[in-house]
Design a protein. Structure first.
Lengths: 112, 608, 192
């Protein structure tokens, strides 16, 4: 298993990298624990992958999107599908996680 | 939460942020860093901001606002000329501050219009940073007075931004150019933007930036070039004045587009009502020379104030899109006897510097964190005394923050109230200066004239904003001061606007934050209850009681609208339960890492 | 740096610097308005301007409000007070006139708010300058310029003697009041 991105998510990440003027940065996907609020997904750009990161590449070489996940987070994210949704009520990255037992209504945090 | 830097410009506005030690402007969908500072109000209550609003302005002249920065913090009486120049209609029933009449819409203030521009920039930051920015450094012309700075801060607040610091634009430019990396020196920053001209003389010494002097003109810039060119094409200023508002705006827009071609091709065509008119570069340069000569006068004044000659300036920095005009560069080179710096994009340089300062203020910057900015106030602060004369108490170019006090007394026996009028400016007569505020000192003891000693203390903070406090020295009575801002908005005005915004817009900051806070609190409470139900065995000491106590308080607070209390309690619950949560996660990870693969752990955890 | 307060307002430990070494909390600026004390300088007219700048920067770095953006409100307020006091003290020390007046009178501004008191002999002299200027335009400027130089020399000499242990500062205030008047005259009669 691995980490999957939908086409919409790939083009969204590419667009954000353009707007931030950071085309060479990698897209970091991870989880963070916030006290007892469960675990929540975390996305950001980073200048480069860290040593023990899992690295996934998407898209053609000239418009490549690199996603990195740290080792601890990967335990919880293996098999995840990341999508980009633009709907009236919610615009943002959506995470479909086969490991999550319950997700909150906004889809941004989950418990295992 | 990264801090952001915002250049709230007369013509264009930008937002920038430091990412991994480098400042970058954030771009829009089309890849442009500049957001035209243009706002259109639609009849249905919606608002169009940016390029569309600017480009369609000729079709909606009475619903579109551009160059609004010129009206920020100013009194209607002082804005008549600008209102005529920019063809906007001010509400004649409002004498305290400027309010624009909008066709098919309630009147709006320059602060509200600016807030729309800032909201869009904030949204751009939220998108690119995956969350709300921490705080913002917003730049203002060095020449802005107290009321104008206050209005800028009000606009930011209305847009839901926390202002960390108002920063003078030329100072931001110097930071962007990395002049702080030099050992030291004296620099001139020549900033010719769309609507304002500033010249600042900065001194750098051992990592401390100091503004030695500033001068400028809040009514001089590229807009004047556009107008000069428009009038040239229309066949003179008189002919241009006869055009109706829509046609005039169209002509100026056409002139603006032609200006960019002029420098490159030596000639350009301006579309006028009477057909296309060809204008040569020579004619254009001749028409703008008087404007440039006015900048020269300001430069000489700034140098004189700093006690320097042009030859003592080590470097000259160009800022503002108008400095792309080749004649401007030649003019500056002649003024200072040296070629100016223009390596960075003159449109972006101020926003980049603001972002760098915002990063430094975060306290965990990778940039030079030993750097310190010391600004000066651009105009003297004084009080109107007997005879309508200005008595200066803080002279122009004083390094801020600065503190001064004056002792006053009464003119007639048994006087219990003293009127004080604070003005900003360097003219002798108070009426010729900018009126900032009128204070009433009430409750003085009834004593013979000349006996009471009222000590009034004035403090200008690091943003250049004035604060006043007063005390009668004999009795120790702290006289009550009512601040009545002569211009700009009072605290109540701002509150009212925020309330109006809540009533009218779903996107309003406060309401949205309250909803966010409640949602967050619900999530935390649900997770806590679940964790307590499954893993109460992992609790130690009095953890159970502490967690329960905070959870109960949070539950109770959620029925109120006290957003900050809800957030604070959520945070507290998160904190007090953190060790418990940490133990649960550690246990899960220990299980995961003790030989079984992730799928199995996931399945195991999913089952629990 | 001057010692100005003995106990930290926050943790009650003794302090000598602007910030408490124990808890890092910024302390209030000294209550005394003495600019020399604030910069830790002896009471002397002859000061090293470069040294003053270094002292200013050192304290400003430790006390400027920009350094306290994320600290509690009480410390932010103190940072404002500190830097305001520092800026005022530097202004007084930087200028020969205000520094001299402070040493001689303990104030940086003249006593009278309506302008300093001047002796009649001096005013008579000025009156004579004005009369001569009507016959010979420009003479007043020359006389005033010479008078300004003379006053600065007197101030300089008297302070040197005082710093050497002899002489008094009794006449300094009078020299400064005359200087204020002469310089005002020069400003209101710019070179033709």
């Amino acid at each position: 298993m691995a980490v999957e991105l939908t086409e919409r998510a790939i083009s969204r990440i590419r667009e954000l990298a353009m707007k931030r003027q950071t085309p060479d940065h990698v897209f970091r996907l991870g989880i963070r624990g916030g006290g007892c609020s469960g675990l929540s997904y975390y996305v950001d750009f980073a200048p480069a992958a860290a040593e023990k990161d899992k690295v996934f590449n998407f898209g053609p070489d000239d418009g490549k999107v690199t996603v990195v996940v740290d080792r601890k987070s990967y335990l919880f994210l293996n098999g995840i599908v990341v999508d980009w949704k633009t709907e009236l009520m919610k615009t943002g990255f959506e995470f479909i996680n086969p490991l999550a037992k319950t997700s909150c209504s906004c889809g941004e945090s989950f418990t295992v | 939460m990264a801090n952001i830097g915002i250049d709230l410009g007369t013509t264009n506005s930008l937002v920038a942020v430091v990412m991994n030690g480098r400042a970058r402007c954030l771009l829009d969908d089309a890849g442009a860093s500049m957001l035209p500072s243009a706002v259109r109000y639609e009849a249905d209550g919606s608002v169009v901001v940016g390029r569309a609003a600017r480009d369609e302005a000729p079709r909606h002249p009475h619903r579109t606002f551009t160059s609004v920065k010129r009206f920020m913090g100013r009194a209607p009486a002082d804005c008549q000329a600008d209102a005529a120049l920019f063809r906007v209609k001010m509400d004649p029933t409002e004498a305290r501050f400027v309010r624009f009449l909008v066709e098919g819409h309630a009147p709006v203030t320059p602060v509200e219009v600016s807030a729309e521009v800032l909201k869009l920039l904030r949204a751009r930051a939220v998108e690119c940073l995956f969350g709300e920015p921490g705080g913002a450094v917003i730049t203002v012309p060095a020449y802005f007075d107290d009321a104008q700075r206050q209005a800028t801060k009000d606009a930011a607040r209305l847009a839901g931004l926390e202002v960390l610091r108002l920063l003078n634009e030329p100072t931001a430019a110097a930071i962007a150019y990395g002049l702080d990396k030099r050992g030291g020196g004296t620099f001139a920053v020549y900033d010719l933007g769309g609507g304002t001209f500033d010249i600042s003389i900065l001194k750098l010494d051992d990592g401390v930036f100091q503004v030695l002097s500033t001068a400028g003109d809040t009514h001089l810039g590229g807009d004047d070039f556009d107008r000069a060119l428009a009038e040239l094409a229309a066949g003179g200023a008189d002919a241009a004045a006869k055009l109706d508002d829509g046609a005039f705006r169209g002509l100026v827009a056409s002139a603006r587009a032609a200006k960019h071609q002029l420098s490159e091709h030596g000639a350009a065509t301006v579309a006028t009502a009477g057909g296309d008119v060809k204008v040569s570069l020579d004619a254009f340069e001749a028409s703008i020379l008087p404007i440039l000569e006015r900048t020269g006068a300001s430069c000489r004044r700034a140098l004189a104030d700093a006690g320097l000659t042009a030859a003592q300036v080590d470097a000259v920095v160009l800022v503002g899109g108008s400095t792309r005009v080749p004649l401007v560069r030649r003019h500056v080179a002649t003024l200072f006897g040296r070629e100016p710096y223009c390596d960075l994009d003159p449109d972006e340089v101020v926003a980049l510097g603001a972002a760098m300062q915002a990063d430094i203020l975060s306290g965990n910057s990778q940039l030079a964190d030993d750097m310190l900015l010391l600004d000066v106030i651009p105009l003297s602060l004084g009080l109107e005394v007997m005879g309508g004369v200005t008595e200066k108490f803080i002279p122009r170019c004083s390094t801020i923050p600065v503190n001064a006090h004056q002792t006053f007394t009464t003119h007639v026996d048994n006087q219990t109230v003293v009127d004080l009028h604070v003005v900003q400016g360097d003219r002798e007569l108070a009426s010729q200066n900018r009126s900032l505020a009128r204070f009433e000192l009430r409750g003085l003891p009834p004593l013979p004239a000349g006996v009471p000693r009222v000590r009034v203390e004035f403090t200008v903070d690091a943003d250049g904003l004035l604060h006043v406090a007063a005390k009668e020295e004999h009795t120790g009575i702290e006289a009550k001061i009512d601040v009545k801002p002569s211009y700009g908005l009072s605290e109540e005005d701002i509150e009212r606007m925020l309330e109006d915004a809540i009533d009218h817009a779903e996107t309003d900051v406060d309401e949205r934050l309250l909803i966010d806070a409640r949602v967050e609190a619900e999530g935390i409470l649900a997770a806590i209850h679940k964790a307590l139900a499954t893993d109460s065995g992992m609790l130690v000491g009095n953890e159970a009681e502490v967690i329960q106590e905070v959870a109960t308080a949070l539950q109770a607070s959620m029925t109120t609208t006290e957003r900050e209390r809800i957030s604070a309690l959520s945070k507290k619950l998160d904190e007090v339960s953190a060790p418990f949560a940490q133990r649960r996660i550690e246990r899960d990870l220990t299980l995961a890492l003790s030989g079984r693969d992730a799928d199995e752990v996931g399945a195991q955890m999913g089952l629990r | 740096m001057a010692s100005h307060r003995s106990v930290c307002f926050s943790c009650r430990e003794p302090v000598q610097a602007p910030s408490c070494v124990g808890c890092g909390a910024l302390q209030p600026p000294p209550a005394s308005p003495d600019p020399f004390v604030l910069f830790g300088l002896p009471h002397r007219y002859h000061i090293d301007a470069a040294d003053l700048d270094v002292r200013y920067r050192t304290i400003a770095r430790a006390t400027h409000p920009d350094r306290f953006v994320s600290r509690p409100a009480v410390e932010r307020r103190m940072a404002l007070q500190w830097t305001a006091a520092l800026n005022e003290a530097r202004r007084v020390l930087k200028d020969d006139r205000t520094r001299a007046r402070w040493l001689a009178t303990g104030r940086s501004a003249p006593r009278e708010s309506g302008g300093p008191a001047l002796d009649p002999a001096f005013l008579a002299e000025i009156f004579e300058w004005r009369e001569r200027d009507e016959d010979e335009p420009g003479v007043m400027r020359e006389l005033a310029t010479a008078s300004r130089q003379k006053l600065f020399r007197k101030i300089e000499t008297e302070f040197s003697e005082w710093e050497g242990g002899s002489g008094t500062l009794d006449h300094i205030e009078d020299h400064l009041n005359r200087l204020t008047y002469v310089e005002g005259l020069l400003r209101s009669h710019p070179e033709a």
